[in-house]
Design a protein around this ligand. Sequence first.
Ligand SMILES: [Fe+2]
Ligand SMILES: [Fe+2]
Length: 183
Amino acid sequence: MSNYAERNLEGHHQVSQADPEPVAHLKREHHKFRTLVDRINAASEPHKKKAIAEDLHRLLKSHITLEEEIFYPAIKGKGLVDEINEGLVEHDIQRFLSAQIEAMDETDELYGARLGVLGELLVHHIDEEDDEMFLEARKAKVDFEAIAEAMERREDDLKAEYRKTGEMQTPELDAEVAERNAV
Ligand SMILES: [Fe+2]
Ligand SMILES: [Fe+2]
């Protein structure tokens, strides 16, 4: 069985002294994703997978929101346009699968397969962010302190809203995604 969490102790997946705070923050969340994917893969019963997946869906929504609203725009144009565009497309696929899985009953025959594919896509995506995008991003001449503060504020808002309503509302981002995906 794969053990993705262990990979956080290797190479560029580790949080390093050279990582500015926004990058370190996103990497710490990547570590949580890897741990959740490992736990989902290790769970034997569908209802156990579903309970762990609820944390994954919530973290995914918050993490993608911080990246798309704050981190990606801050570093876009610093030689990272292709990486960011690829990241946006991968986020869209993750969002789509995550919403599908959330709406499914865990007894559905495809539940485990959809969740497994989401885990594979997610690990591929965060590997690329750690190994490619973040290595370049940390050289960017941007105000990392301001980016970290903006991310922290937005995350606090998302968490407060989740505690209050059980949902994380991201209407502006949702509108951007809809526009991006309009065919
Ligand atoms: Fe991402
Ligand atoms: Fe990420």
